[in-house]
Design a protein around this ligand. Sequence first.
Ligand code: PHE
Length: 541
Amino acid sequence: MSDQRWSNRFTFILAAIGSAVGLGNCWRFPGLVAKHGGGAFLLVYMLAMLVMGIPLLAMEIAIGRRMRGGAPKALKGIHKHGEKVGWSAVANGFIICCYYTVIFAWVIAMVFSSFNFAGMTGNTDAAGEFFIKDVAQTTGGVSFFGEGGDIPVLMLIALVVAWALVYYCIRDGAASVGKVVKYTVFIPVVLLAVLMIKGFIGNPNLGAAMHDLFVPDMSALGTPDIWIDAFGQVFYSLSVMMAIMMVYGSYLPKDSNIAVDTLIIAFGDLFISILSSIVLFSTIYSTGMASEMTTTGIATAFIVYPQAIVQFTSIGWVNAIFGVIFYLTLSTLAIDSAFSIAEGVSRALSDKFGIPQKKATISIVLVMAAISVVFITGAGIGWLDIVDNWANTFNLILIGIAECIFVGWVFKPKKVLDEVNKNTKKYKMPRWWFETSVKILSPLVLTFFFGWNLIALFKTPGGYENYPIWAQIIGGWLISALVLATGFIVAFLCKKNKKLKAMSEKAEANEKTWDEMEAINDAEGEETPVESVIEAAAQEN
Ligand code: PHE
């Protein structure tokens, strides 16, 4: 059980923005804007935020606050089988955390490797190959034999640093997260501002860059892709269905204003996506590489951007400094997303088995760290690509559909909305908005995506990106099946294993229903001032 609370409202907003704002804002969003007619994508994205993103975010935060638990426990308050959906979200979060932290480690490695850009002034070929050849040392394949099994020492060190940072930030749950997000949310904004100024000064193509970014090309609206990409990006960017926002909601004091905070979080996230787009468009256009903007995330950050860096000035060390700034920005964007997802996993375990969260955190971080080594081998990027594709295009969507059905149809969405609107006076989230989204639009949109993605995959000869079929089966279908089965596996283990059974039964003895939680939450806030609860929790650990 965890009785922790955020130290104040602002801390919660920062933590949630920190989780939402991640690498997706900085490298996925700008690429999508470039691909889909600039401002046209911005418009569709905002629509997707209203239709699906904001209601689902509010829903998750509210369920977490009411039930005071991670995803499985919180969704159990909706329905007894909701717990299984929660475990799928946790399992998917576990997988995502394993490779997201590897990406974080790449970025850390690039901060320290950036001084190499000093020697590459003007040499775009060398800069473009630098990450693949020298830092990640990847073969691009999926076989671990030969070079595919090599682990670069620099990457191993970076990975250890990345996991140590993740652990450090969440070691005391809300208390330590609250301290870190004061920095990790503002530093990237400042760094992005510095990079933006750099992109603006003496840039002959600034006008073209801003035109392509903001002026809508309405013809783009006619293709289905823009809609799919916009809804997918909102979903991913707001960190919903990842077992994160319920945990963050569970740390909220009872008088928090979820309806308003959700809007702040969603628009804060959008703001950083737009700021990142301005930075990327202006820098990449300034070096005359506008046509490269359409490439996807990893390529933009690790291939295209280095090519831009070495063309910034004719003075090597100045370019290198911009490299450091850029990768430092990415690190500060990545860290609070990475630890938020680890926190979601560890909280679920501590809820279920009644273990102190610190113990759950250290154990789970060690397990995830061990698994993540796979992704820094020579075959790592191939596996990362496969696992990432299934986690996001299938698992996340299925979890989303299940969550919407449980809340919208099995439970009463009005009860969740009441929790969202509990302490709001001026602005309340309208019922028609919340219910149409949770009951109808979101599940429909998500089901459509699921079908679309499935058909697209089966229609592609050779399957996903032509990786060997065995690798697609293991990294894709098998892991997805495990993710979906996790709730059943946990239930089975708790039934068969005596020790786990005793632990889970003991933890469950204190569980309350949705309706019972109301009185408890109301009473609790009055007796225990926020500060003392956090202090008590910190001492307990
Ligand atoms: N919202 C994050 C992003 O845009 C996605 C994410 C969150 C990934 C949490 C992992 C963990 O990058």
